[in-house]
Ligand binder design. Sequence first.
Ligand code: ZN
Ligand code: ZN
Length: 258
Amino acid sequence: MKITLLGTGTSVGIPSLGQLGWGKCNPQNPKNKRQRCAVLIQSNNTNILIDAGPDIRNQLIDHKLPSLDGIIITHEHADHISGLDELRPFYFPKQEKINIYTIERTANFLSTRFDYLFNKNEKSQSYFKPPMYLNIINYYDEINFNDINIKTIKQHHGVIDTIGLIINDKFAYCTDVVNFPDDSFNKLKNLDTLVITGLRSSPHIAHAHFDLTFSWIDKLKPKKAYLTHLSPDSDHDTVLSICPDNVEPAYDNLYFNI
Ligand SMILES: [Zn+2]
Ligand SMILES: [Zn+2]
């Protein structure tokens, strides 16, 4: 099973628009160019996407996927959902609705913001059929897509909670998190690979900063950990130089097998 980190940047990407630009990142290092966070999980016959931010079309186009078997949305922040509309072409060949999986709060937000993707109403063109279906899940539910098993956990992300994911009991993806309930944290112990938020050096109200993430990794003891959701303050080589031995900053299109 192949895991590809399609995007590893914080909400504005790197470089960002405006004066912030590359921030403290070296523009000469291609690993510093970061799109918004998303992950592709591929087994022989199944493709699952985690999140669909504003870069999702560019992130998926070279993968030439024939179909998507499910999309899991971790939470409703714009950097994780703004590209949902771009996925409509996966509906076209068979006119089978694309299944979105998320918690009720996020589902309600999506069905308001992207009303036309889920609901037919009097404002819709007569030929337009809503291409997506919302499947509501609860934290700690388990979802199976053929040979891909996904266990979900609850994570604290400032004023809201987000979904973390454990894939086939080997790999966990924990983005947009600043604190974990104990029940969630304990499920992350001793995995092969952990991809986890590491925003920047200084503390943030909604995202773990490096020292906090390193303290979690020290307790969780994954064989390998990668930092994601990196901000323009976080130059790849500078972050690498402060990482413990089994930790590295991720970069876009990094992939590994589980
Ligand atoms: Zn985010
Ligand atoms: Zn967020």
